[in-house]
Write a protein that binds this ligand. Structure first.
Ligand code: PMP
Length: 415
């Protein structure tokens, strides 16, 4: 036998090697090394994902679920194989529970428009103050349509959820509690296990917005015991334009169809149309087949790295960057929760976040500046916007150093 080096769970996380898997990280921006610190908005793609999509397009594309010819069968196998990959990734009980959508936003809209159709005036939906607009506006629209009432659980100045406040807002009228697992604007990890337990005890269903979590920590929907879990492929190192709605089968079965069209029906006539089985009943029209192939490759990639190891790496960077940013004169971190994902929102005294973003860009540092689709959070902290640095599996110490040095430049410019 060959004496192969043993690469096991104990081997150190080799971020330099991970970075080589992402071609875009080798590009330069304005002549500078790219420090990509906007993974929370959209992650970059490893070569294996790019190549899986490329391979599919070159060898297997046809429409799915329709043709009897071999190519269509190949495309269907690739698409359904991706569904099974997602099922395993989430530890879902069945592929019937895995619905492909366009993304987190569409997944939540699907739940609001289908499941939500039965709400009665006075029914309540409970969200938190730190939700992304995608987990606020669909519920507001639903409330407008049905007369249901949107309740908002409070947060505190640290950016923590007020768990007692959340529990107090649960009532016999609460039909659904919908909350994020990790806040995209503050980085806060919410106590989702406690929230699910409390909501369930109150007789409410739960929806978890996993957009910021699923690429950074292990998710097991059965262990979480929630009813809906939603995420986007593009924040998980996969292609844009694709997302997942996982829903407990018993819940999904009771939901009326959402969009109508091809693939979601069994038979159509002008007297009576019957609907397809789960999950196809919720997938009208030709899906994003290559996107699903890419997502499956992205999951393979992430699990190949080891999600737990990626998590530990990102947590290490979070500690290191938080400590260093605290030392920058005039810099305030917005969101100092005890448990955070790899997201740091901050303000630099005397510099508007948008101007800061522009100066940092000139130094090759890509951060997000704005309200992060979380205007209520900005309102709560009484700021128009923040600058935000966020991390992924490929973020390294050099990115943090580049950020710190670009911040020093910004202080000189505005100083
Ligand atoms: N929820 C959260 C917590 C997010 O961070 C985002 C993306 N910023 C979304 C929802 C919406 O995701 P998408 O735009 O991919 O639908």
């Amino acid at each position: 036998m060959n004496a192969q080096p043993i690469v096991g769970a104990a081997s150190p996380y080799d971020v330099a090697s991970v970075r080589r898997d992402f071609p875009i990280l080798a590009t330069t921006v304005r002549g500078k090394r790219l420090a990509f610190l906007d993974t929370a908005a959209s992650s970059q793609r490893p070569l294996s994902v790019i190549e899986a999509v490329n391979h599919y397009e070159r060898t297997s594309h046809a429409n799915v679920h329709r043709g009897v010819y071999q190519l269509s069968q190949r495309a269907t196998d690739a698409f359904e194989g991706a569904r099974e990959r997602v099922r395993r990734f989430l530890n879902a009980a069945s592929i019937k529970e895995v619905v492909f959508t366009r993304g987190t936003t569409e997944s939540i809209n699907l739940v609001a428009q289908s499941w939500g159709r039965r709400l009665q005036p006075g029914d309540e939906i409970l969200v938190t103050w730190m939700e992304h607009h995608a987990n606020i506006v669909p519920w507001q629209m639903l409330c407008e349509r049905t007369g249901a009432v949107l309740k908002v659980a409070p947060i505190d100045r640290q950016g923590e959820l007020d768990l007692e406040g959340f529990k107090q807002l649960l009532s016999p009228r609460t039909r659904l509690a919908a909350f994020t697992q990790i806040s995209n604007s503050l980085g806060t990890m919410l106590p989702i296990e406690d929230m699910v337990r409390a909501a369930r005890a109150a007789g409410a269903l739960t929806l978890i917005d996993g957009a910021q979590a699923v690429a950074h920590q292990r998710v097991d929907v059965q262990a979480l015991d929630c009813d809906f879990y939603v995420f986007s492929s593009h924040k998980l190192y996969g292609p844009t334009g694709l997302g997942v709605l996982w829903a407990r089968e018993a819940v999904l079965r009771e939901m009326p169809p959402w969009q109508g069209g091809g693939d979601m029906i069994r038979t159509v006539s002008f007297t009576k149309t019957t609907y397809n089985d789960l999950p196809y009943r919720f997938e009208a029209g030709t899906p994003h087949i290559s996107g699903a192939v890419g997502l499956a490759a992205a999951i393979d990639y992430l699990e190949g790295l080891g999600i737990e190891r990626v998590h530990a790496h990102e947590q290490h960077l979070l500690q290191r960057a938080t400590a260093a940013l605290r030392e920058v004169p005039g810099l305030t971190i917005i969101g100092e929760a005890a448990r955070k994902g790899g997201v740091i929102s901050f303000l630099l005294e005397g510099v508007h976040p948008h101007d800061l973003g522009t100066i940092l860009d000139a130094e090759g540092v890509a951060i997000r500046a704005g309200h992060h689709c979380a205007m209520p959070v900005m309102e709560f902290f009484d700021v128009p916007a923040t600058a935000r640095a966020s991390f992924g599996c490929y973020t390294d110490e050099a990115d943090i150093e580049q950020l710190l040095s670009a911040l020093a430049t910004a202080r000189e410019v505005f100083g």
